[in-house]
Design a protein around this ligand. Structure first.
Ligand code: UD1
Ligand code: MG
Length: 407
């Protein structure tokens, strides 16, 4: 049996934020969502989240996840105190407990599988994840011999100068034999620099204690401040861009573009500099995007071109051309071969195939048939001060410049 516990009760003082640290967003998902997602492939029998600081807010943000048990830690006296709160809900539980800090969002699921496999095959009382960091400042240092046997962990603040030179770093990810951990949890003391109960102190009380060193130290980046948040975002963005380049997307200036995890690209897409893809966005084969676009929760079919434009909650069918300087927003739907030009805004409207609106227009709450030619400066006046009304323009129609169509 496997139980997973994620520690998410801390305030995150170093963030200097009103938002609890574990709710800080990273490429469109919160830190805690990312940590929970990384252990899902292990199919744990129990999933516990330790909440404390702004507990209700953290719980609310995860209310869509089934099977998650929330355990309250109040007040918060450290990571060891957090895990002590599990003594009651896990009373009688037999098996492994995987403990994850809620601020370590870049773990790969495969790494956790490896940790669990190593723990099970070695029969250790605890197996923890480590990495050699070039700059381990702030992290706990792990003391281990060549065989991988760990004698203990010392927090950065409690280390001597000599101990600080040890670069073997504690990731904050541990696989425990639950019964053995439960026996030593009550023995923790607050005899340290922060006067807290440290989970890390249980490691010296358990034998044998082993560690697994990860090959990619980025995986164990813990986020305590805004600088580390930005560094993790950069690592994630780099992973996403590399993934899509391997799938056949070209970026002329990759570092200037950002992607969300929910963005999907077809083949032979060209992404020019300064393009940002957010939410659930799909880009079809052979599209040409940018420079200078923001595309959020939108779906673009094959062969679409977008230049210096903003698209949100919109659908664009094959071979349409958008921009420069156009805005498509909530519920804009362009059928195939449309041409939306500069300073044209489209909202909650369906434009039939081949519609052209090339200059200075607002098309809101409108239905345009195929091949309508919208003259420069055509405006649909949809709002009478109280309600919005629809404008309907039949296929093949043509409006003159500077027309206001009052719905
Ligand atoms: C911790 C480890 C350190 C390790 C580092 C890895 C301890 C004592 N130290 O330090 O060895 O190198 O993580 O990132 O464990 N939390 C609670 N309740 C509390 C305190 C914290 O749930 O009372 C949660 C926090 O919300 C956070 C996690 O535990 O998600 C880690 O806490 P944090 O204060 O960030 O520990 P570090 O100083 O980073
Ligand atoms: Mg931390």
């Amino acid at each position: 049996m496997l139980a997973v516990a994620v520690l998410a009760a801390g305030k995150g003082t170093r963030m200097k934020s009103d938002l609890p640290k574990v709710l800080q967003p990273l490429a469109g998902a919160t830190l805690v969502e990312r940590v929970l997602a990384s252990c899902l492939p292990l199919a744990p029998q129990r999933q516990l989240l330790i909440v404390g600081h702004q507990a209700e807010r953290v719980e609310r943000s995860l209310s869509n996840l089934p099977g998650l048990e929330f355990v309250l830690q109040e007040p918060q006296h450290g990571t060891g105190h957090a895990v002590q709160q599990l003594l009651e809900p896990l009373a009688g539980f037999q098996g492994e407990l995987l403990v994850l800090n809620g601020d370590v969002p870049l773990l790969r699921p495969g790494t956790l599988e490896e940790l669990l496999a190593k723990h099970r095959s070695s029969g250790a009382a605890v197996t923890l994840l480590t990495a050699r960091l070039a700059d381990p400042t702030g992290y706990g240092r792990v003391f281990a011999d060549e065989q991988g046997l760990v004698s203990g962990i010392v927090e950065h603040r409690d280390c001597s100068e000599e101990q600080r030179r040890n670069t073997l770093t504690n990731a904050g990810i541990y696989c425990f034999d639950w019964a053995k951990l439960a026996a030593v949890l009550p023995l923790l003391s607050t005899d340290n620099n922060q006067g807290e109960l440290y989970l890390t102190d249980t490691v010296a009380m358990l034998s044998p204690a082993m560690h697994l060193e990860v090959a990619d130290p980025d995986e164990i980046n813990g986020i305590n401040d805004r600088l580390q948040l930005a560094q993790c975002e950069a690592v994630l963005q780099e992973r996403l861009r590399r993934h899509w380049m391997a799938e056949g997307v070209s970026f002329t200036d990759p570092a200037s573009c950002t992607l969300s995890e929910g963005t999907r690209f077809g083949r032979d897409v060209l992404v020019e500099p300064q393009c940002h893809f957010r939410g659930n966005t799909t880009i079809g084969n052979g599209c040409r995007i940018g420079p200078g676009c923001l595309i959020e929760n939108s779906s673009l079919a094959d062969g679409v071109e977008v230049l210096y434009s903003v698209l949100r909650d919109s659908t664009v069918e094959e071979s349409s051309v958008v921009g420069p300087f156009a805005q498509l927003r909530s519920g804009a739907h362009l059928e195939a071969g449309c041409r939306i030009g500069n300073f044209v805004e489209v909202k909650n409207s369906r434009l039939g195939a081949g519609v052209k609106a090339n200059h200075l227009s607002y098309l809101g709450d409108a239905d345009l048939g195929a091949n309508v030619n919208v003259g420069a400066g055509t405006i649909t006046a949809n709002f009478d001060g109280l309600r919005k009304h629809r404008t309907v323009i039949g296929a093949g129609s043509k409006t003159g410049a500077n027309s206001v169509l009052v719905a």
